[in-house]
Design a protein around this ligand. Structure first.
Ligand code: C5P
Length: 240
């Protein structure tokens, strides 16, 4: 893997609430990370302007809005995300086969190969066996993760968002071309924050992750640009 490929694997989580902060981070990090993740907080406060602000700096966008609704509504929301020109967007696999298939088909039909890659969230990493039992699902978390990843693949999704500890199971079940995007990554120089089951960038890439979502280790660093560069070096060192 070369330096550009390592850089392109990093998705910076833009967990901020205003356009000024987007500009600040996008200016420092464009060219140093592969993509910027716009999530629910930022999108709720700034709307599509958040996506456009990143794009003005030449950045690519993962729109992390985790849609879960009736098939027609999710398909239409995904089409709007594609019209914004984002590179990745996602939905909840728990919405079921028809919901995922309707969305994937609509986006492929209108955008073809230039479409955003569509990801499914399987089971949120904040959920435990107890959380699942509480909503009537009596299966272990890992079994559900694999089951939903396979369902997402069958529905025509391009990949999943998953915990680093689920990467190997999903890779084995869904094959080499299925995208795996993983948060819960901590470079060796950073604190764990509230992330519990973490892996280093090199470990996550070694386990088979295509993209790493990393927020605070970059955002809270004294020099975010240097922190991003150090993560690139960690990925490269792990690939030797
Ligand atoms: O700051 P940190 O690197 O922990 O940020 C990780 C990002 O990934 C946050 O935007 C968080 O919401 C998101 N995320 C996560 N764990 C998940 C799913 C998403 O940390 N299971």
């Amino acid at each position: 893997m070369n330096r550009d490929e390592a850089r392109n694997r990093i998705i910076f989580a833009l967990d901020v609430s205003g356009l000024d902060e987007i500009d600040r981070f996008a200016e420092i990090l464009s060219g140093r990370v592969g993509m910027f993740k716009v999530g629910k907080e930022l999108f709720t406060s700034c709307g599509p302007e958040a996506v456009r602000a990143v794009q003005r700096h030449g950045g690519q966008v993962f729109l992390d809005l985790k849609y879960h609704d009736i098939p027609n509504t999710v398909a239409k929301a995904m089409l709007e995300a594609a019209r914004l020109g984002v590179q990745l967007c996602n939905l909840h696999a728990l919405g079921g086969l028809e919901m995922m298939e309707t969305a994937a088909t609509a986006v492929r039909k209108e955008f073809g190969v230039d479409r955003p890659r569509l990801l499914a969230v399987t089971i949120l990493t904040s959920s435990t066996a107890e959380t699942l039992r509480g909503v009537g699902i009596d299966h272990p978390v890992e079994e559900m993760v694999v089951r939903l990843a396979k369902l997402a693949r069958e529905a025509g999704m391009d990949g999943v968002v998953a915990s680093p500890h689920e990467i190997e199971l999903i890779r084995a079940a869904c094959g080499p071309d299925f995208l795996i995007v993983t948060p819960g990554v901590r470079p060796t120089f950073a604190a764990a924050d509230d992330q519990k089951r973490i892996m280093t960038p090199a470990e996550a890439v070694g386990a088979g992750a295509d993209y790493l979502v990393i927020g605070r280790p970059i955002a809270k660093a004294a020099d975010p640009g240097t922190a991003a560069d150090m993560i690139v070096e960690e990925i490269l060192a792990g690939c030797l």
